[in-house]
Design a protein around this ligand. Structure first.
Ligand code: 5GP
Ligand code: ZN
Length: 137
């Protein structure tokens, strides 16, 4: 399914031009126009899925394999020192384009890209409460 109002459907389908690093029947990998670091790319399925929870299992399985293969190539070619895979779901999580995508972000020593979080605090009670809620006991 395509969504005619979705910019990533148009980019993935080639209707809107993009700098494409990789393409197959299911995915396109493009360079991000607002990169966190040099080489920041987006892995985008050609079909429209809103987010992780909307993905078909078959597509979800392919995402990590494609991401790993392309990230490995990018890391080597760009001389990256590390690599982040980032995937946002929902406005609260920073998703701004509501067509599933995985960020492929090469990292360089001292690049100062603000991707990681500042560790917070918790309590044993909170850890137990969260465990209880999630595992349904
Ligand atoms: P999100 O915040 O939804 O996880 O990520 C959306 C990403 O898409 C952002 O990093 C943003 O820079 C990128 N982006 C938004 N519009 C376009 C576009 O038209 N072309 C490209 N190449 N990237 C885009
Ligand atoms: Zn779409």
């Amino acid at each position: 399914m395509r969504d005619e109002n979705c910019i990533f459907c148009k980019i993935a389908g080639g209707e809107i031009p993009s700098t494409t690093l990789y393409e197959d029947d299911d995915f396109r990998v493009i360079l991000d126009l607002g990169p966190a670091t040099r080489g920041h790319a987006l892995l985008i399925p050609k079909e429209h899925y809103r987010d992780l929870f909307d993905l078909e299992d078959e597509v979800a399985e392919k995402v990590l394999l494609r991401a790993r293969r392309i990230a490995g190539r990018m890391k080597e070619a760009l001389g990256a020192d590390g690599f982040n895979l980032v995937q946002n779901n929902g406005k609260a999580a920073g998703q701004t384009v509501f067509h599933f995508h995985m960020h492929l972000i090469p990292r360089y020593e001292n690049d100062h890209a603000g991707i990681l979080w500042k560790p917070g605090e918790t309590t044993p009670e909170e850890l137990e409460e969260v465990k209880r809620l999630v595992d349904g006991q």
